[in-house]
Design a protein around this ligand. Structure first.
Ligand SMILES: [Zn+2]
Ligand SMILES: [Zn+2]
Length: 352
């Protein structure tokens, strides 16, 4: 490679991300892989890093971006699972493998994880170096912009695997941001016929309808049990909280049938809930939760190839990397659902 420097969007601290010209990273460890990034998407958690005060860890000086697809450019001496020219997606959490969580099959809860795009350099750059074990191969024909969504899809599939929805069950889905809409598309591909999306923002309720919601409800306007009763004549078998806001859990409990199950997925450490535990009792509800990805990248890559999934419905903007600040502003104003960035510029965008 003749080029010595590249464009990268670097977190500078204090809510600032800036595209800078920095040295192209090099393979240092035997298991390192140098990736040429094809496409990367902006995640809601990137906005948390860019909040003041910061809502999520991100270390100044780090290249951000944890949802991306790439081509392998070069590999370290011990790498066996990928070769130059292969296309891959990146599992962004590098787990330690030896802590009690990792050793008990809960690697997604590893407390020593190193997170790519937060404090290890990520995919908002032309090139990126990651350990080979983080990579999953993708087929040559999978569009890069869809492949970039493998990570959030893998998180969603981890949750779906926990609640196992059946086609005839009724689902109350809270939140029509990107994660809520990915849940919606997966539920539709699973054949779930009745999904009511509960969302307080009107524009997001429109997004939900566009993405296949069977009903939309503003849970701030009427009690959920009444709203569901009016649209279905019965309550929900499953509730999914893709928001993490304080009131959601109580609303979900109100909307559940006896024996219902609730998945807590959205996460916001600043929020508190006031529920009446007896309501869980009276209906014998199951409340469960999932975090991050666990063995769910391969099924996500498999599902991305299903034309029925249609995650492209979520991609509202495609921009060259050097317009990332415009993208962040659109996300902050909630004028975008998912934004895909192309570090190789307009030419890379055309080929993607
Ligand atoms: Zn993400
Ligand atoms: Zn661990």
């Amino acid at each position: 490679m003749d080029k010595k420097t590249m464009q990268a969007a670097v977190f500078e601290g204090g809510g600032v991300i800036r595209v800078r010209e920095i040295p192209i990273p090099r393979i240092e460890a035997a298991d390192d892989v140098l990736l040429h990034v094809e496409a990367a998407s902006i995640c809601g958690s990137d906005l948390h890093i860019l909040k003041v005060p910061q809502g999520q860890r991100g270390d100044p000086g780090t290249t951000m971006g944890h949802e991306f697809a790439a081509t392998v450019e070069a590999v370290g001496s011990s790498v066996q699972n990928v070769a130059p020219g292969d296309r891959v997606v990146v599992e962004p959490n590098i787990r330690c493998g030896v802590c009690p969580a990792c050793r008990s099959g809960h690697e997604n809860l590893c407390r020593n994880a190193q997170n790519i795009g937060q404090w290890k350099n990520g995919g908002f750059a032309e090139y990126c170096v990651v350990p080979a074990k983080q990579l999953h191969p993708i087929p040559p024909e999978l569009p890069a912009k869809l492949a970039a969504l493998a990570e959030p899809l893998a998180c969603v599939l981890n949750g779906v695997r926990r609640i196992r929805p059946l086609p005839f069950e009724r689902v109350a889905l809270f939140g029509a941001g990107a994660i809520g809409l990915i849940f919606l598309r997966v539920l539709k591909v699973c054949g779930v016929r009745h999904v009511a999306v509960c969302e307080t923002m009107e524009s997001r309720r429109r997004d939900a309808v566009r993405c296949g919601a069977d009903a939309v409800i503003d849970p701030s306007k009427e009690p959920l049990a009444e709203a569901l009763g009016a649209c279905w004549g019965e309550l929900a078998d499953i509730a999914i909280d893709a928001v993490g806001a304080g009131p959601v859990l109580a609303q979900a409990i109100d909307g559940m049938k006896c024996g219902g199950r609730i998945l807590v997925f959205g996460q916001d450490g600043t929020q508190r809930s006031s529920i009446r535990p007896a309501d869980i009792n009276i209906k014998e509800l199951t409340i469960t939760a999932t975090l991050s990805t666990l063995h769910s990248f391969p099924p996500a890559i498999e599902l991305l190839q299903d034309p029925a999934l249609q995650l492209d419905r979520l991609i509202t903007h495609e921009l060259p990397l050097d317009e990332i600040e415009t993208g962040i502003a659109l996300m902050r104003a909630r004028e975008a659902v998912k934004i895909v960035l192309y570090p190789r510029g307009a030419d890379g965008q055309r080929r993607a």
